[in-house]
Design a protein around this ligand. Sequence first.
Ligand code: AMP
Ligand code: MG
Length: 346
Amino acid sequence: METLHLDACSPQSREQAIDEAARLLKEGQLVIIPTETVYGLAANALDPAAVAGIFAAKGRPQDNPLIVHVDRMEQIPPLVKELPPAAEKLAAAYWPGPLTMILPKSEAVPKVTSGGLDTVAIRMPSQPVARAIIARCGLPLAAPSANLSGSPSPTTALRCAQDMDGRVAAIVDGGPCQVGVESTVVSLVGPVPVVLRPGAITPEMIAGVLGECQVDDSVLHQLKEGQTAASPGMKYKHYAPKASVTILRGSSPAFCREVNRRGGEGVCALCFEEDLPHLQVAAIPYGREGDDLSQARLLFEALRELDEKGARVVYAREPHAAGVGLAVYNRLLRAAGFQVETLPEE
Ligand code: AMP
Ligand code: MG
């Protein structure tokens, strides 16, 4: 398949790109779209054949459900059994934005979209090109991250093309993603809201609106044998570069000292910008220490750069797992297969 590259960055071609994307989506084709979190591989969420195409293009396991993207509240009632007051409150506070809500699904949502579950994940993105495409095609769009299954999520159109050229009808370039990690997923089907996947809308922000919010065990801990995942995506190997990644817990001096000591052929540091002057090995920074937003924006790109550099052994600086840092740490833990070492401080 020849993949069209549509430029929605320049004002001259933006409208045409949106028109073409909407037309292809209405035909049941796959189109990669920019969102504020990461790029999404979109198809009509209500068309089982189109949605099956998403799973095939990504190589995604069939039981890993997709998020349905809408651009206005009126699109939601047909997708759900009920819209609880908690969902309306969260929508008023954080939509459009990087928050996905799990709700009981209606018959209209095909099982292939919900990964066989009787719930559906819904999000209203804020990225203007994403919103314009959804509005123009008038369809709810299923859109998982636009990477091959297992790889780091793409935050630029170039990274999408590297994974997906030839597998989708079109890629819409909307520039680099502002948030850089996938949306917060919060389940509203139980008595208490539970964060299944952390993102830029933090558990504290949700509790600020609903009075309480829990964080699922799987966010920071590996599932045990036989344990079922509340969020099926959490059980799969994720975001992994080709190198073996170990997170090193410790201060900047302790990290730099240890990495310099272990350095050698194929060793690379995944560090903060402040560490760079103190490292004697190849290094790729992902944001600034103590700046969780910059870390979130740059992490996935840094993981892909490690592969390009041919890194075989990666030592990663541990981010502070608070605020949006919880999402950064959650992704890095999975990239590292949960390997964390605590360094001695001098
Ligand atoms: P992605 O589309 O690649 O960002 O992944 C979507 C994430 O949302 C996965 O981790 C899924 O497990 C999660 N998700 C989607 N739908 C549901 C659902 N109905 N219940 C629980 N988690 C869901
Ligand atoms: Mg994904």
